[in-house]
Write a protein that binds this ligand. Structure first.
Ligand SMILES: [Zn+2]
Length: 289
């Protein structure tokens, strides 16, 4: 592969990485500034924040509004802001429980059950939830933090260090994005991601999204879904021969393999497979129409 081609291929990865990086470094800290204090905001305010991040995720991935938020976040590997606020509150409460915050912060919390009672109690590491007369008070920093802390499993609360506590409460799968999803040139990776998320220009996807009246392939007169595009459509027989030759080592192929990769393959193997898929998408010119 020539150097300019290599540059072009890495452009999407770079752009996507830049988007992911910019969000993490420049945007998200602003959206989360002091979130422990205002984390108990109203549902409507929380939705507004999420919308902002959803829009950023759509820009980075190139996916459309028809894609579910679950799939959108799987593509970019982000967590919802609400989920992150809860994690931050958990960490803050761990520090409170272990006296890792200044005294003036500790003074705001009631003593925990362990210190209050001489009896053997079921959850001695819990805090007593302070009485709140209004919902606003109940959702404010301290009652909300205590609520979240009391809801954690005892073994988690008794973690030996903050880092082990973080590792246990953080659901690692939520922040992992498959690296080969970011591989290749941006335009082809976006078209691939759109097929994966059923928002491409294939007629079945347009039909799902109420953008066409028929899901049929205009050439073959059968439903034009991803399987039809990759394996059946008579329009692309020549391109398919090349595609199958390029992917011989990955046979037998399935639509799922072509769209999501194979867990049994290495990252490099999946990147090669995705390169072949991108090449097929490019050669068919199906998405340039
Ligand atoms: Zn067809």
């Amino acid at each position: 592969m020539s150097t300019p081609q290599r540059w072009r291929r890495s452009a999407w990865s770079n752009l996507c990485m830049q988007g992911l990086f910019s969000n993490k470094v420049y945007v998200r800290p602003l959206l989360e500034y002091s979130s422990i204090v205002w984390g108990g905001c109203t549902e409507q305010q929380s939705i507004s924040f999420e919308r902002l991040q959803n829009e950023a995720a759509r820009i980075v991935t190139g996916l459309t509004r028809s894609v579910s938020l679950e799939n959108l976040y799987e593509e970019c590997g982000w967590e919802s802001l609400q989920y992150r606020r809860k994690l931050q509150t958990c960490c803050f409460m761990y520090k409170v429980y272990n006296n890792m915050v200044p005294q003036y912060v500790l003074d705001l919390f009631p003593i925990n059950i362990n210190e209050r009672s001489n009896y053997e109690l079921r959850n001695p590491e819990n805090f007593t939830v302070p009485f709140s007369r209004t919902t606003l008070m109940r959702k404010s920093c301290i009652p909300n933090g205590i609520d979240i802390w009391n809801g954690l499993d005892t073994n988690v609360k008794l973690s030996l260090s903050l880092s082990s506590f973080k590792n246990i409460i953080k659901d690692a799968s939520k922040s992992l994005v498959k690296p080969y999803y970011l591989h290749g040139t941006r335009i082809l990776a976006v078209q691939h991601a759109r097929i994966r998320n059923r928002c491409s220009n294939l007629n079945l996807h347009l039909f799902y999204n109420h953008l066409t009246i028929s899901p049929l392939c205009t050439f073959c007169n059968s439903v034009e879904d991803a399987e039809h595009f990759f394996f059946v459509c008579r329009r692309f027989q020549t391109q398919r021969l090349v595609f199958f030759r390029e992917t011989r080592v990955f046979h037998p192929l399935s639509t799922k393999t072509l769209l999501f990769g194979l867990d049994s393959l290495s990252i490099e193997g999946n990147c090669k497979l995705f390169e072949a898929v991108h090449n097929y998408i490019k050669c068919t010119k199906r998405f340039q129409e």
